[in-house]
Design a protein around this ligand. Structure first.
Ligand SMILES: *Cc1c(COP(=O)(O)O)cnc(C)c1O
Length: 374
């Protein structure tokens, strides 16, 4: 939902997308991979942040990588003249004309896609930039190493501008993982003697496997300021900034007696007399229903310096509301601002309390949440 008129916002939940943090994180990628060009990965509505904010904040990238050709068209309509990579190539043969008209680079990962290109190019289409994807051990998309060389030469013979590509399954192992080493060896072995630019590194490799950068890096999650491992401690010293700040407000306060229970199923029992804050944010906004008691929520301290306190979630997450323990926050009132995730609470910390990773929470931000681009 776009905010165009302040008077139209009724629920207080709001996701602010900080384009300055996008710029900062992109610069961090440049510092970490100064020799490489950057595909900024903006699949899944820019990991839930929206394409418009991504275009605004990441406009100095070398290219955008995404899945949906209609997102490519949106970028072109907005005037993006740089490169666009379709990360899974085409899903159907009939998208070739549009992909050419939009000047998209294509990932090619299977025999069927090669045949589509052979059909198309023999009819005289302008040759594509191709990122030929090798399955170097992840066993998801890509051609097996033994089939790679022949595929490469077939596409090269069509006039395609060729690049070598693979994807790493274990780059989130922050130590020097032997599985990353094995994939690199496989990749290097299969492309030996075939000169072309390479693309290997996701965020985890950019941060922790600097021997695997290649000519085009493909950062996603680090551009959004969350951790490839799902654990914030792993990026704490990497100088990344959270781009999405999710805020809401306390909409009611309950005074409990010792032994009173909170929410569906009465999961939380008050150990003493205490206040409970009710917040306008629930699983229908994308807040994870799995969140356990103790998941951190930041509550504004009311001081001019915007300091605040962490209050723990208590009781089950409902569709439209969560409840928090206000014993830390005697100043809290109806209307007090809270941060669900952003700078005071890391999205990865909420994710860890919910059995998932920050990626999933960011992508799951619900369409009903108002978004402002800052
Ligand atoms: C999503 C994706 C990336 C980005 O991964 P992050 O872990 O978010 O950095 C890179 N390459 C490919 C092929 C992807 O699908």
């Amino acid at each position: 939902m776009d905010v165009t008129d302040d008077s139209l916002i009724n629920r207080p939940i709001l996701a602010s997308i900080h384009t300055e943090a996008f710029r900062h994180n992109l610069n961090r990628v440049r510092e970490l991979a100064p020799e490489s060009k950057i595909w900024s990965v903006i699949k899944a509505r820019s990991y839930g942040h929206g394409l418009e904010a991504a275009l605004k904040g990441l406009g100095s990238t070398d290219g955008f990588a995404l899945l949906d050709i209609y997102d490519a068209r949106w970028l072109r309509d907005k005037g993006w003249k740089g490169r666009i990579l379709l990360l899974e190539g085409l899903f159907h043969q009939n998208e070739l004309v549009l992909a050419r008209d939009l000047a998209c680079d294509l990932v090619v990962h299977c025999e069927t896609q090669i045949q589509w290109l052979e059909d198309f190019q023999t009819k005289g289409g302008k040759p594509f930039n191709v990122f030929l994807k090798m399955n170097s051990g992840m066993n998801r998309l890509g051609l097996k190493p033994v089939l790679y060389k022949v595929a490469f030469h077939r596409l090269h013979a069509l006039g395609c501008h060729m690049h070598h590509m693979t994807h790493l399954a274990n780059a989130d192992q922050t130590d020097q993982s032997p599985t990353v080493g094995a994939q690199l060896e496989c990749f290097d072995g299969a492309i030996a003697g075939i000169a072309a630019p390479t693309s290997l590194a996701n965020s985890a490799a950019i941060l922790w496997h600097r021997n695997a950068l290649g000519d085009w890096v493909r950062p996603g999650i680090m551009l959004y300021g969350a951790s490839p491992t799902g654990n914030y401690q792993d990026i704490k010293h990497s100088h990344l900034q959270a781009v999405m700040h999710l805020h809401s407000e306390i909409i009611d306060i309950q005074e409990l007696h010792k032994g009173d229970r909170v929410g569906y199923g009465g999961r939380y029992e008050a150990p003493e007399a205490m206040r409970i804050g009710v917040i306008a944010c629930g699983y229908a906004d994308g807040y994870p229903r799995q969140a356990k008691d103790g998941t951190p929520v930041w509550v504004d301290g009311g001081a001019a310096d915007s300091s605040g306190l962490i209050c723990p979630l208590v009781g089950r997450v409902s569709m439209d509301m969560i409840t928090i323990d206000l014993r830390n926050a005697p100043q809290a009132r109806i209307g007090t601002r809270v941060e669900l995730w952003g700078t005071q609470v890391q999205v990865d910390d909420v994710a860890q309390m919910s059995g998932t990773i920050g990626y999933e929470l960011l992508c799951a931000l619900a369409p009903r949440v108002a978004v402002e681009i800052k």
